[in-house]
Design a protein around this ligand. Structure first.
Ligand SMILES: C[S@@+](CC[C@H](N)C(=O)[O-])C[C@H]1O[C@@H](n2cnc3c(N)ncnc32)[C@H](O)[C@@H]1O
Length: 297
């Protein structure tokens, strides 16, 4: 719990091994990479990935000069760092509700398989809006409450929630599914323009995945994406922010120009091996990861 909201803390969980590696999700992973590649700009200066986890997708961002991976789990980020190193990457352990970034510091942001852990969606989206510069791109993936499987279960009477109503459903503690209209309303309210909606992962069914090769599943998925029907289990949004900006921070690659104290909002300076804010809070650097979860005592 922090500032009144619950956090889904992955800590040193075995998410990578238990959910991805050898767990029969090659199709989901490949489809997400393909859609991401089609939505990412050709080049960019600084990208923020929120809830980057162990960096599953972070190798796709080489067109950016600098990539900042943010996650609440220090351990997931340390694993990501062991994969990608420090050249062009910065690792930030922080709560997405309280991001340690100066305003307008990024020209793009990505959040995939993360928003379902937030009970206060507008608060986190507001943080992302603040971190993005004018015309900033934001690629957002969310789990769709109103997907065809949930609809069938609802009609058969085996769901205890209604996929057609707009409010988020918390089906397991701190795991929410969202109605497309709900998410649309949240992003539009914050001044994002919706450039494209891509419904994905249509063929996420054990039987199909066992019977068909990933390449064929991807072809089928591509065809279904073209329908534009928002009844798939996962939906990608390609968003763009329109906001006036006083000054851009995008040209500096110095972390001190980019980071700020998540409590006071003040700039930071190095003292020994920690960052200190104007009100004396000390934020540690742990094995190459900036730790903004709690200040040091
Ligand atoms: C399901 S994993 C997705 C990881 C990655 N985006 C991917 O697709 O492989 C969700 C991630 O969100 C992170 N997360 C959850 N709540 C968070 C919060 N309040 N602030 C920052 N990260 C958070 C978790 O630590 C976890 O790494």
């Amino acid at each position: 719990m922090s500032d009144g909201h619950r956090i889904c803390d992955y800590g040193d969980s075995t998410y990578r091994q238990d959910f991805w590696e050898g767990q029969g999700r090659g199709y989901e992973d490949a489809v997400e990479r393909r859609v991401l590649a089609s939505l990412l700009p050709r080049s960019g200066r600084r990208l923020l990935e929120i809830g980057a986890g162990f960096g599953r997708l972070s190798g796709e961002y080489r067109m950016f000069r600098q990539v900042v991976l943010l996650d609440y789990s220090l351990e997931q980020l340390q694993y990501a760092r062991s994969r990608y190193g420090d050249d062009g990457f910065l690792y930030v352990a922080a709560d997405a509700y309280r991001m340690p970034f100066q305003a307008c510091a990024f020209d793009a942001a990505i959040m995939i398989r993360v928003i379902h852990h937030f009970e206060n969606v507008p608060a986190v989206l507001g943080q992302i809006r603040n971190a993005l510069a004018d015309s900033g791109a934001f690629i957002l993936e969310y789990a769709n409450k109103c997907n065809f499987k949930a609809m069938l279960r609802h009609i058969a009477g085996s769901n205890d929630w209604n996929p057609f109503t707009l409010e988020p459903v918390e089906f397991v503690e701190l795991n929410f599914n969202f109605h497309p209209e709900y998410i649309r309303e949240q992003v539009l309210n914050l001044g994002f323009a919706l450039r494209r909606t891509v419904p994905v992962s249509w063929l996420r069914l054990g039987l199909l995945k066992r019977a068909l090769p990933t390449s064929l599943l991807m072809l089928g998925d591509r065809a279904l994406q073209l329908t534009g029907w928002t009844i798939s289990p996962s939906i990608f949004l390609d968003l763009q922010l329109d906001k006036p900006v006083a000054a851009s921070l995008l040209d500096s690659e110095d972390p001190l120009d980019l980071l700020r104290c998540p409590v006071s909002g003040s700039s930071l300076r190095w003292v020994d091996d920690a960052l200190i804010s104007d009100n004396g809070l000390r934020w540690a650097m742990r094995d190459g990861v900036f730790d903004f979860r709690q200040p040091e005592a």
